[in-house]
Design a protein around this ligand. Structure first.
Ligand SMILES: Nc1ncnc2c1ncn2[C@@H]1O[C@H](COP(=O)(O)OP(=O)(O)OP(=O)(O)O)[C@@H](O)[C@H]1O
Length: 798
């Protein structure tokens, strides 16, 4: 039995195990009787990064997404012998340390020109006056008081100090030419971009001095965001900004020596009503809210377009601002058409009849586009009716890369992609062979928890698709040590019981070769029952398992039911302890307080998302860590990171795994790693439902791998995946045989012969749709593992 006093991971060796095997502190794996041959697991310190290749590839061969199935077939079927080395069809467990590709060290790299960047440093600001406080920006004094005394925000960040005066447009309004040009705001993640655009809007609404205006004036500002979580978050910020009553009272009572304030008769504009329509809610109640009047509205594109087209009482005739937060994401294919239709409709519906009444507002719809990664899209934005857009950037740490481009001209053109990463964010990477990935993740999480104060850690793990998130959530949450322990005593007892039962039924034991599975299968029923009862607890937002002891595990992906999604997001926002497993639905904009570690278990499909993912930590000047997992075949990705001027530290996989083990285990780290893997595999085998989830996850992972952007295709190519080794990431002993039987989007079927007749743009749209299916808001069915039914269908087709 397991020694319960063992003060370590559930995977620790039990040296006192009482059974007949003399060598029982070693994992009992058929072909692991001997110590793994470390020579196969080679860390080559020479820096010749171009020389390695895991699976020989024909370079430069490009194929459309429609050929993925063909490739999968080739990789799984045709080349089974070649690809499947190290994985057999029997229950023999292959070693984690044989047949791995050689890992060459790329080393750590840093950008020597990178300068320390102060978020609040305001001396180099391109404004007419020195800005040290919110008041200096020209914001309404009441709002400034509220920010300081109620929201504890002392001074503006660099990007706020730079943008707010421009967006208030005060000087020009005073001089009588209040033309509000469009604005593009680019600043690093966690630098306060939300307040950058919200504060001037609210301030200008507060300055309307006309009693005839009430909420029935309709929607004056729309903020478009790519996800519902981000919409919810912005709505909360808006609510906190317009809840001014307390501030008014205090401000009136305070004997302030500030003349401006004392002389000002404070009027609270009760009519300013923020609101949200972001799908997932009943349309009827959204319509009712719109009818009453929502003055500042935050919305996701699909739902906004729907209301613009179908809700007569949705009044945008006076609209003055359209903000695209995470603009580059919103302008990607997939959202693009919706955004174009929205712009067209609001421009059609705009009437500025009451212009004189609200003269303090922009004379026409002002577009404000925001993101940490937007510059490269600026040219494209011309298509979106932008008039003479002004690009405002923070003076980030990227001077090394773009030395000398800090002048107005370049800013206005803004055609270069510069990444802006918080200086205090510590980035690292680990190159791990596919077979060791799962163990590396588990030990990494364990070491993070162990090192955190009071063993409380807030970690986000990014994965490529919903099915892989679901699989890991269940594996980590449901893992049960008992299901993996096969002590001789228990085994003998259970065997006796089974034989008894079979003889009683007059049955025959056909599985005499499979000792382990007899025990495991017997536990399947119990586990399945447990699972059913756990599924019933639908209100549960997290799961706590044996694996990470007191650390709750959360999951977030697009096709979770909306109510569950919102609950999870809200709960995880509040907690100071938890592992969030998620897709890129959580990559953009979310301001989850105190996240101290980001793990990119699967690299993002687009480099921009690398920046946004790591940006969930180290926000507003705080410390944070981010680690990227790469396969040996993906090492070229580091060239891209290096070229962007990032500072990244190399962590060797051996060191990473050891960090998660007890000191006494570290000497035998390879055995411990194998033991961990073996137990996870046994656990999966003990639970038929989870086994199916693992297979689904495997298949979806392979399909998601094919959605990497074309510029990175040579690095992340499905042909480079060793599917036999990859199975280990899903605690499977071999690659599922039917992964090519996938549920395809219906359009795929119509072009089943490879979509030869499709234009390249149509192909790109399809690709983006697939990408969205895997990771986004609109993720309705990411399941690409068809399961037994489809398998049957395909057989009959033949
Ligand atoms: N002037 C300020 N002083 C202190 N904290 C601030 C200030 N402005 C904003 N913040 C806080 O900083 C955090 C990050 O802000 P926000 O979410 O707007 O960042 P962002 O730049 O939009 O990030 P991302 O690019 O990830 O969307 C929030 O918690 C916000 O309340």
């Amino acid at each position: 039995m397991t020694n319960k006093n063992e003060n370590s991971s559930p995977f620790s060796f039990n040296k006192n195990r009482n059974n007949n095997n003399n060598n029982n502190n070693k994992p009992k794996v058929n072909n692991l009787q001997n110590k793994p041959n470390n020579n196969n697991f080679n860390f080559n310190k020479n820096n010749n990064k171009n020389s390695f290749s895991v699976v020989p590839q024909k370079k430069n061969k490009t194929e459309s997404d429609f050929e993925i199935d063909k490739i999968i077939e080739e990789v799984t079927g045709g080349n089974k012998e070649k690809q499947g080395k190290g994985v057999t069809k029997t229950n023999v467990v292959s070693s984690l340390f044989t047949s791995n590709p050689e890992i060459q060290s790329y080393g750590s790299f840093e950008n020597k020109n990178r300068k320390k960047f102060d978020l609040f440093e305001t001396n180099n600001i391109d404004t007419e006056k020195v800005i040290k406080t919110f008041k200096d920006t020209g914001l309404d004094p009441l709002l400034c008081y509220h920010l300081k005394h109620k929201l504890s925000l002392e001074k503006p960040t660099n990007i706020q100090a730079k943008s707010i005066p421009y967006l208030l447009n005060q000087t020009k309004r005073e001089k009588g030419f209040a033309i509000d040009g469009d604005v593009i705001i680019q600043a690093q993640t966690g630098s306060g971009k939300t307040l950058t655009f919200l504060l001037p809007i609210i301030s200008r609404l507060l300055s309307i001095d006309d009693d005839r205006i009430d909420r029935s004036i309709g929607t004056l500002a729309i903020i478009l965001v790519p996800t519902r979580e981000l919409a919810k978050q912005i709505q909360q910020v808006m609510e906190s900004l317009v809840r001014l009553s307390g501030s008014i009272k205090n401000m009136e009572e305070e004997e302030d020596d500030d003349d401006d304030m004392n002389n000002r008769q404070i009027k609270y504009k009760h009519w300013i009503t923020p609101g949200i329509i972001a799908g997932g809610d009943k349309k009827k109640s959204e319509k009712a809210r719109l009818r009453k009047g929502v003055n500042i509205l935050v919305s996701t594109p699909g739902r906004l377009l729907d209301h613009l087209q179908n809700t007569n009482s949705f009044d945008v005739s006076q609209l003055r601002w359209l903000v695209l937060d995470e603009a580059d994401r919103l302008l990607e294919l997939g959202f693009e058409e919706t955004i174009k239709s929205i712009i067209q409709l609001i421009q059609e519906k705009a009437i500025y009849a009451s212009q004189e009444i609200i003269s303090v507002l922009p004379k026409r719809i002002q577009f404000i586009l925001c993101s940490a990664t937007i510059a490269e899209d600026v040219k494209k934005l011309a298509e979106y009716s932008l008039s003479n857009p002004k690009l405002i950037k923070d003076d980030s740490n990227e001077k090394g890369k773009n030395q000398g481009n800090n002048n107005e001209e370049d800013e206005d053109q803004g055609n270069t992609m510069t990444v802006s990463v918080p200086t205090q964010l510590k980035q690292s990477y680990v190159v791990t062979p596919a077979k060791l990935r799962l163990v590396t993740l588990v030990t990494k999480l364990q070491s993070i928890i162990a090192k955190s104060p009071n063993k409380k850690a807030k970690v986000i793990v990014f994965m490529s698709c919903s099915d892989t998130v679901e699989f890991h959530y269940r594996l980590f949450g449901e893992y049960n040590e008992k299901a993996t322990v096969l002590d001789d005593e228990i085994r003998a007892e259970e065997k006796k019981k089974q034989q008894q039962q079979k003889y009683n039924k007059g049955g025959k034991n056909n599985n005499s070769n499979n000792n382990n599975n007899n025990n495991i299968k017997q536990q399947q029923q119990d586990n399945s029952k447990d699972n059913e009862s756990s599924k019933k607890e639908k209100t549960q937002t997290f799961i706590i398992g044996e694996l990470f002891k007191n650390t709750p595990i959360y999951k977030l992906y697009g096709n979770l039911p909306q109510a569950e999604r919102t609950r999870i997001f809200m709960e995880y926002s509040k907690t100071d302890n938890g592992i969030l497993l998620c897709t890129d639905v959580a990559a953009r904009g979310l301001d989850l307080p105190d996240v101290n570690q980001i793990i990119q278990y699967d690299p993002p499909c687009d480099f921009k998302d690398y920046i946004h993912r790591i940006g969930r930590t180290a926000r507003i000047g705080r410390q944070g860590n981010a680690i990227l997992f790469l396969l040996p075949s993906e090492i070229e990705y580091l060239d891209i990171m290096k070229a962007q001027g990032l500072d990244v530290e190399e962590i060797r996989v051996e060191d990473s795994i050891k960090e998660g083990l007890l000191p006494r285990e570290q000497k035998d780290w390879d055995y411990v790693a194998t033991n961990i893997q073996m137990k996870l595999e046994r656990f999966i085998l003990s639970n038929s439902d989870l086994l199916l989830t693992a297979k689904k996850a495997f298949s979806s992972f392979v399909r998601a791998y094919a959605t990497h952007s074309s510029t990175e295709k040579h690095i992340f190519h499905i042909k480079k995946l060793h599917l036999g080794h990859l199975a280990k990431c899903f605690a499977l002993r071999e690659a599922p045989s039917n992964i090519k039987d996938v549920n395809k989007p219906s359009n795929d079927k119509s072009n089943g012969k490879g979509g030869k007749n499709m234009s390249s743009k149509a192909k790109e749209i399809m690709k983006q749709k697939r990408k969205l299916l895997n990771v986004s808001e609109f993720d309705t069915n990411t399941s690409v593992y068809s399961g037994p039914n489809t398998r049957k269908k395909r057989k009959t087709k033949k």
